[in-house]
Design a protein around this ligand. Structure first.
Ligand code: 5GP
Ligand code: MN
Length: 551
């Protein structure tokens, strides 16, 4: 399966698909899947635009709204995570992921799915230490503060991802794992981005929890964005990946592999050849701008589906983790602690890697684990004819909305929507689901443009059958207090990065890489197809320059 990876999309969806089409034509290949590593900007209309954390003059509708309205249809399955420039109100409607438009799937605060057997995990947002231990307390309308904190990574998502035990093929994040520069061509990176020097030297470039996740999850590939440059690295994992069984017999197994004793090496069970050390191939890409290295194509082995279409499925292990950690959700604007090994005398589960029974429960609830194609348009989309003068218009910030997709998912899995919890905890009434409003109000009108007559027609019209009353059965009225001292404070140890492990990689702008080739010859320079690609508008080039450092 050919997978295109995009760095920061910055709302340039139409351009990205054009670029992919250009590569397909030039190479005579078919690209099956697009992965976008944040700053996606899924703004449906001007109201959404008010929630995007950029200076007002840089608020641009770009092209996502066309895919929301049905004017255009995403030509390939597109999966994305959030960054620090997003339609935060819309993404908050889908905390566990969902369709933001036909064929465009958001992974949620964190999420794991499989596409034709390829297991893809991801986490949205960027790391800011001062918000990491807080609950998901934000909801629209945002204040100046919550409009930024809403996209800051929280410990719960990191904790949940750490519970994964099976092999992860691809991991997506917006910012980089801390210390990653030590595993690639650091000198070249610093020549290109000299202002990273201080952060590199003080060990502050990148995200600390992502460093922890990289070591714990050990995915085959890790893709990231945010730092606006292309950078590749190979990260070896000398320490075995944690698994449930290892945790169970930690004390007996931990020292055997370190032993150099002759007599021990002669033991038959130790004579077996050691498995090759696992390695993560890390690749960060630039933002979508002309002549920038924003796209890469990989060819990965995958399972075939009978009808030739891609199969997007939930991950049973992940769903189980969401379910069994539901009580750990906090919506408070203060630090709290998650259960850890140091829980002491308090008997509290700290390992949520699912048991066989828990997995069986998930499979009984989610037939085939197939992600339902249940996209529903719930707000009017941007109208460029009526609203062309939008930068001068005054637009009210949005109120919170609930999304029928999230409602369905939470009911089936028996978990809570953190957005509902945050509103309830703050004494707010829950809004009606938009599908309800369709019958009773003119607030939501059908798209102004007629949808393209294509296979997705059905999902582009409002589904009147979805007018179920907004009944939220909350599984958790308020988060259970978990005042366990010294639980899972993020690891403060700086990663040990021996120089000899560093790999120098010269990577060209947009390339097709065969997986086997990358493994055996990581330094191989591949052909640059950018010469044939359509020129991108320079509209976004200056965007964010004034706001380069997020907060
Ligand atoms: P944005 O998310 O606003 O599109 O872009 C992020 C910008 O902040 C990029 O230009 C990136 O280089 C810069 N940036 C992000 N994180 C760091 C960091 O940890 N250190 C430094 N020096 N720059 C950063
Ligand atoms: Mn960013």
């Amino acid at each position: 399966m050919k997978i295109a990876i995009e760095g920061c999309a910055h709302g340039e969806l139409e351009r990205i698909y054009e670029t992919i089409e250009g590569i397909e034509k030039e190479r005579n290949i078919k690209i099956d899947l697009l992965l976008c590593c944040g700053d996606f900007q899924s703004t449906r209309n001007l109201t959404d635009l008010q929630t995007m954390a950029v200076p007002r003059k840089y608020m641009d509708m770009c092209s996502f709204y066309k895919y929301y309205s049905g004017e255009l249809v995403a030509p390939i399955l597109t999966i994305f995570i959030g960054g620090n420039h997003e339609a935060s109100n819309y993404l908050q409607e889908l905390p566990y992921g969902g369709w933001v438009a036909p064929n465009i799937y958001y992974l949620g605060y964190a999420g794991v799915v499989t596409v034709n057997g390829i297991r893809i995990a991801g986490i949205s947002g960027i790391y800011k230490g001062h918000d990491f231990l807080r609950g998901h307390h934000e909801f629209p309308p945002y204040s100046d503060k919550t409009c930024r904190s809403v996209y800051h990574v929280r410990q719960l998502e990191v904790f949940r991802l750490r519970q994964l035990s099976g092999k992860v093929d691809i991991f997506m994040s917006h910012d980089w794992p801390r210390g990653i520069q030590e595993y690639g061509n650091k000198a070249q990176l610093l020549r290109f981005k000299p202002h990273f020097k201080d952060d590199v030297e003080s060990g502050q470039l990148g995200s600390r929890p992502l460093e922890e996740l990289l070591k714990a999850v050990q995915p085959t590939y890790w893709f990231a964005a945010h730092l606006h440059c292309k950078f590749a690295a190979l990260v070896p994992h000398p320490h075995e990946k944690k698994s449930k069984s290892l945790d169970a017999n930690d004390s007996s197994s931990s020292s055997s592999s370190d032993s150099e004793s002759e007599s021990e090496q002669k033991e038959p069970e130790l004579a077996a050849p050691a498995a090759p050390m696992p390695v993560t191939k890390f690749l960060a890409l630039d933002k979508c701008l002309p002549k920038r290295r924003f796209l890469q194509v990989l060819d990965m082995p995958s399972s075939e589906s009978a009808d030739g279409k891609l199969t997007l499925q939930y991950d049973a292990e992940w769903l189980s983790i969401l379910r069994t950690t539901n009580h750990l959700i906090s919506v408070k604007d203060n630090n709290y602690y998650l259960p850890g090994k140091k829980a002491g005398s308090i008997e509290e589960r700290s390992n949520f890697t699912p048991t066989a029974e828990e997995l069986a429960h998930i499979c009984s609830k989610f037939e085939n684990l197939k992600v339902p194609e249940n996209f529903t348009r719930t707000v009017p989309s941007f109208d460029p004819e009526e609203e062309h003068n939008y930068k001068q218009m005054h637009i009210e910030p949005p109120q919170a909305q609930l999304n029928p997709q999230c409602n369905e998912f939470c009911s089936l899995l028996g978990i809570d929507d953190p957005l509902c919890l945050a509103m309830l905890a703050n004494g707010k009434d829950l809004p009606q689901t938009p599908s309800n409003l369709l019958n009773s109000s003119t607030d939501v009108k059908p798209p102004t443009k007629s949808p393209i007559k294509q296979s997705v027609d059905e999902s582009l019209v409002f589904d009147e059958s979805l007018t179920t009353p907004t009944k939220r059965k909350l599984n958790l009225l308020l988060p259970a207090p978990t005042a366990v001292a010294g639980a899972t404070e993020p690891d403060k140890n700086v990663i040990d990065l021996p120089d000899e492990e560093a790999e120098e990689l010269a990577v060209p702008p947009a390339v097709v890489v065969d997986v086997a080739e990358m493994e055996t010859n990581p330094k191989k320079t591949l052909i640059d197809p950018s010469t044939s690609l359509k020129k991108l508008k320079r509209r976004n080039q200056s965007i964010y320059q004034a706001d380069d450092n997020d907060d």
